[in-house]
Design a protein around this ligand. Structure first.
Ligand code: SF4
Ligand code: SF4
Length: 220
């Protein structure tokens, strides 16, 4: 089945993917019914890059081009995870395509699971100072989603060590002052409040920003 999954990603031109086993600790971070969570053995996480051009076009916050692109990327991720979950279920393995972007509790900013948490476990990058996954090739431009499955697959990649080093590009770029030297000191509230303000001002119907993605990119 691993070979088929690899082929599936190849055919769908998915550049970044990995798997990790789900133990008790990981299960405690999945907000589905206990009965289903008990059955899950593996998280398959995959990512697609946002367009470098769209990110380069951002000036002082989100714009309509980015909004459309962001939605299309999520749509594509959802489509592919739907197909992957269907493939796995055809083979007899209960599977759940987790939505790429869906908040189930706005107050606590909680989703069914954190794609970033599982992307880290799958070795797809490190959690950067900007609270996004930083990948050696695509920097912070990847959007991720996860398929949970009953199928048992062994871990594919080693966890990647924190690699921001002395870089502070996103710290300087963030208009909210939400990013600190220590990644764990990322201020979610400052970030969220600033995003709310920017999206309202520009009449953008989704909480997005994009500036710390831009800051993390290597521009020639
Ligand atoms: S999303 Fe925007 S406001 Fe939030 S940390 Fe990144 S740059 Fe700052
Ligand atoms: S811009 Fe620099 S400090 Fe910020 S996440 Fe990227 S590599 Fe890390």
């Amino acid at each position: 089945m691993e070979k088929e999954i690899g082929q599936f990603f190849y055919i769908n031109k998915i550049p970044v993917f990995g798997c990790c086993r789900i133990g008790d600790e990981e299960k405690s971070k999945i907000y589905l019914t206990e009965k289903i969570v008990r059955k899950i053995n593996t998280a398959i996480v995959f990512g697609i890059p946002l367009s470098k051009g769209v990110i380069a076009n951002l000036i002082d916050g989100p714009d309509l081009l980015y909004l459309h692109h962001y939605r299309q990327a999520n749509y594509l991720l959802d489509k592919i995870s739907y197909q992957l979950a269907s493939l796995l279920e055809e083979k007899g393995y209960l599977s759940i395509p987790v939505p790429a972007s869906q908040i189930i509790d706005w107050k606590k900013q909680k989703a069914l699971l954190s794609h970033k948490y599982f992307a880290c476990l799958c070795g797809l990058g490190w959690l950067g100072r900007n609270n996004l996954i930083v990948n050696s090739v695509y920097r912070s431009r990847l959007r991720f989603t996860t398929v949970l499955t009953e199928l048992v697959i062994e871990k594919t990649n080693e966890v990647v060590e924190f690699g921001c080093g002395n870089c502070k590009n996103c710290v300087r770029m963030c208009p909210a002052g939400a990013i600190s030297e220590k990644a764990e000191q990322f201020d979610h509230i400052k970030c969220f409040e600033k995003i709310k303000e920017m999206t309202k001002k520009k009449n953008i119907s989704q909480y997005i920003c994009g500036l710390c993605i831009k800051a993390c990119e290597k521009w020639d």
